[in-house]
Design a protein around this ligand. Structure first.
Ligand SMILES: [Cu+2]
Length: 71
């Protein structure tokens, strides 16, 4: 089932960081839509929760070098 979540993500400083997060997440199976804002420190993800988990999404953001502080 599709679900949309907004995560608080720290460490994004510019549009390059936003694009980095967006391209990393967009490449993952089950993720249909990603928006990222370095201004509000938010990443919104629309995903199919039968394909990909919130934990995997958080891990991908962490791997990219950013910190997920809250869901
Ligand atoms: Cu940046």
């Amino acid at each position: 089932m599709n679900e949309t979540i907004t995560l608080n993500v720290n460490g994004m400083k510019c549009g390059g960081c936003e694009n980095n997060v967006i391209s990393k997440l967009s490449a993952m199976a089950g993720i249909s839509q990603v928006t990222a804002s370095s201004k509000s420190n938010e990443v919104s993800v629309e995903f199919d929760n039968s394909v990909v988990t919130l934990a995997a999404i958080s891990a991908a953001i962490t791997d990219a070098g950013y910190t997920v502080s809250a869901a």
